[in-house]
Design a binder for this molecule. Structure first.
Ligand SMILES: Nc1ncnc2c1ncn2[C@@H]1O[C@H](COP(=O)(O)OP(=O)(O)O)[C@@H](O)[C@H]1O
Ligand SMILES: [Mg+2]
Length: 264
């Protein structure tokens, strides 16, 4: 047996809530680190409102992929289009496009000497030149949304890891991005804090936020993702709806990876 027959109803249900308008498009993207060919002919389209979970073994290029979408890394060939605009090389246009795509890292990267509120207000004040009262109103609203309204005046070190990561999500949202990239947002967290972060991400997904999420949380992938992208050795090996990917991965690499990750 090759593949299971196409089941249009299954595809329809997993694509629910997403539109077909592409928001992020990568075409033939290649990148090397010295001799290491870290991204190989990557083609990837993320539609507006879609949640794409990226999984794959360590070193397969997942973080590099995220970073190229934001031009934190340059590419050697191919094109990356965000919201219909090719990514500019540098300057104001790049700063503007970068702010359209928020990023949440494994390490929360909050400013230790600033309060939670000040962390969330910072970019809107500095980059968007928002008025202070407006930035504060919005920051408090976002802290409420991630369940941290009462922690606004604290400093990051006074918060748990899960709370700090929720602040990082609020901070990313404060720029009103069109999409959010998450690079292993729960990998640095103690197990009991993972779910509070995933719940915030689930909520964002339900509200229609476009998200690219690198994660090993297969429960999140199954319940929130429209598609699962499996990477190995710098290539997109599979790009499927979660149900198909988890029940019938077509590549040996994905089967092997799933057997390891689902065992524990
Ligand atoms: N700045 C860098 N310089 C050289 N090699 C790097 C750099 N960043 C990542 N790499 C290498 O590129 C490969 C892909 O890394 P990465 O994108 O971080 O993979 P993943 O996130 O899937 O674990 C790895 O072999 C890694 O060692
Ligand atoms: Mg990584």
């Amino acid at each position: 047996m090759d593949k299971p027959p196409n089941d249009p109803s299954a595809v329809g249900s997993s694509a629910q809530g997403s539109s077909t308008e592409p928001l992020i498009e990568l075409r033939g993207v290649n990148k090397h680190y010295g001799k290491l060919h870290v991204l190989r002919d990557i083609d990837l389209t993320v539609g507006r409102g879609e949640v794409v979970v990226v999984i794959g073994p360590s070193g397969s290029g997942k973080s590099t992929l995220c970073r190229t979408i934001n031009r934190l890394e340059t590419i050697e060939s191919g094109t990356i289009v965000v919201a219909g605009q090719p990514l500019p090389e540098e300057g104001k246009a790049l700063a503007r496009l970068r702010s359209e795509v928020g990023m949440v890292f494994q390490s929360f990267n909050l400013f230790a000497h600033k309060t939670v509120l000040a962390n969330v207000m910072l970019a809107p004040l500095k980059v968007r030149r928002k008025r202070k009262d407006e930035a504060e109103r919005r920051a408090r609203e976002l802290l409420e949304r991630v369940g941290l309204a009462s922690q606004a005046e604290k400093y990051p070190a006074q918060l748990s890891g899960g709370q700090q990561q929720r602040v990082a999500i609020a901070r990313a949202l404060a720029m009103d991005p069109q999409a959010l990239l998450f690079d292993e947002p729960t990998s640095a967290l103690d197990p009991e804090m993972i779910s509070e972060v995933l719940e915030v991400m689930q909520q964002l997904a339900r509200e229609g936020m476009t998200m690219v999420v690198v994660t090993h949380e297969m429960g999140f992938a199954r319940s929130a993702a429209n598609r699962v992208v499996f990477m190995a050795d710098g290539q997109v090996v599979e790009d499927r709806v979660p149900e198909e990917f988890f029940t019938a991965p077509s590549s040996a690499r994905a089967k092997d990876f799933l057997s390891k990750i689902l065992k524990h």
